[in-house]
Design a protein around this ligand. Structure first.
Ligand code: AMP
Length: 368
């Protein structure tokens, strides 16, 4: 994410310094300067701040207190309130409720007794999630019946959790919205997201939804960005129910995997837009040039993707430069533009690279 953000900033003429715990990180590889340090290293953050006019982040699990301690007045337009909120599912859900947008029904769980009581309210199946630290389905447990309750203790040992109703959604969709300090806002087209094993697999844009749902989804994202006084990018992940009802699942205060399509498919990419917002430039237009399908390249897909590339002139390939291609690690993505997303999906499926995502999908998807 940092790499794509830095590449966009570079195109706009900025110089880039990056702080990352890993040396030669994907962003560090293309930055002018790389500071290797943990995200909570105040001294290192101060060094970064000293040489920077603007600081931005594209990862919510960084230390908000450490950022608050920065001296020398570096400009951090996104602020740290949004970090604190999105680092904690309880605060995040309360903030969504406060904005007036509907959130997945939930209960806060601090003890096993809380869990038992909450289950009697929300019923089976429900999803238990750690309030802090989870991503891509990590730190989550589907409680399908009484027999699964005991497994909840393990998650609870990591701290406070939330219990959510299991939502039998029709589709997952997301909206990425960018807002500036002066209140100006631009929204990207709604993406339809297909997750496999709780990891985003494909985004189809425009989402195959009716116009009312589109207006509803975009309106909800704008309402949230305004309520949270976002400066920069907010990604809003939503569940679409039957009858076109929408519930918000999760927020991310940064560019998002489901917005990668915008690099090739939109007038302005989500990365350029974020840089524009935090540098107080006018926001760009976000119109879609063409329908698009984005597919993630995980560790297990990297080699076959590289082998197949020579025969795929239409694949817009992004490889992130991560050192180790571990299973399920996001190593890159491919976007394919075209009038007919269904044909693109078919073509991607025929490549046999993502077979575990398609062939035996029912076996693998444990949340649905
Ligand atoms: P999350 O990390 O909360 O975004 O969850 C990852 C994925 O798990 C989501 O994109 C959904 O596919 C699935 N999921 C999470 N929460 C629920 C829920 N309450 N009901 C149904 N599916 C869920």
């Amino acid at each position: 994410m940092g790499r794509m953000l830095a590449l966009a900033a570079r195109n706009l003429g900025f110089k880039i310094a990056v702080l990352d715990p890993t040396p030669n990180s994907p962003c560090g590889q293309i930055a002018d300067m790389e500071i290797t340090a943990p995200f909570n290293d105040v001294e290192a953050l101060q060094r970064l701040a000293k040489i920077s006019d603007v600081l931005t982040f594209e990862f919510e699990n960084i230390d908000a207190d450490a950022l608050d301690q920065l001296t020398g007045n570096p400009y951090i337009p996104q602020g740290t309130d949004i970090l604190r909120i999105t680092q904690d599912r309880v605060l995040e859900k309360q903030a969504i409720e406060k904005s007036g947008v509907k959130v997945v029904p939930f209960e806060v769980i601090a003890s096993f007794e809380d869990l038992r009581q909450a289950i009697s309210k929300l019923g089976y199946p429900s999803v238990l999630k750690t309030a802090r630290g989870g991503y891509d389905g990590k730190g989550q447990l589907v409680i399908r019946d009484k027999g699964d309750l005991a497994k909840g203790s393990e998650l609870l040992s990591h701290g406070v959790c939330v219990l959510e109703s299991f939502i039998p959604f029709q589709k997952e969709i997301s909206v990425i919205v960018t807002r500036k300090l002066d209140g100006s806002i631009r929204v990207f087209p709604v993406a339809e997201n297909i997750h496999v094993n709780n990891i985003l697999h494909q985004s189809i844009v425009p989402a195959r939804i009716n116009e009312n749902t589109q207006i509803h989804a975009i309106g909800s994202a704008v309402q949230l960005a305004e309520s949270l006084q976002v400066v920069g990018t907010l990604a809003v992940e939503m569940f679409l129910l039957d009858q076109d009802d929408i519930l918000v699942n999760e927020l991310a205060p940064r560019p998002h995997n489901s917005g990668h399509f915008s690099i090739e498919a939109c007038e302005t990419s989500q990365f350029e837009q974020h840089i524009r917002a935090v540098c107080n430039w006018p926001l760009g237009h976000t119109e879609l040039h063409s329908s698009a399908v984005m597919v993630n390249v995980l560790g297990q897909h990297l080699e076959p993707v590289i082998k197949a590339l020579g025969n795929e002139p239409d694949w817009k390939v992004h490889i992130y430069g991560k050192r180790e291609a571990k299973k399920d690690r996001k190593m890159g993505h491919i976007t394919v533009l075209g009038e007919h997303p269904m044909e693109i999906l078919e073509m991607l499926n025929q490549s046999n690279i993502w077979t575990e995502q398609t062939g035996d999908k029912k076996e693998k998807v444990d949340m649905k």
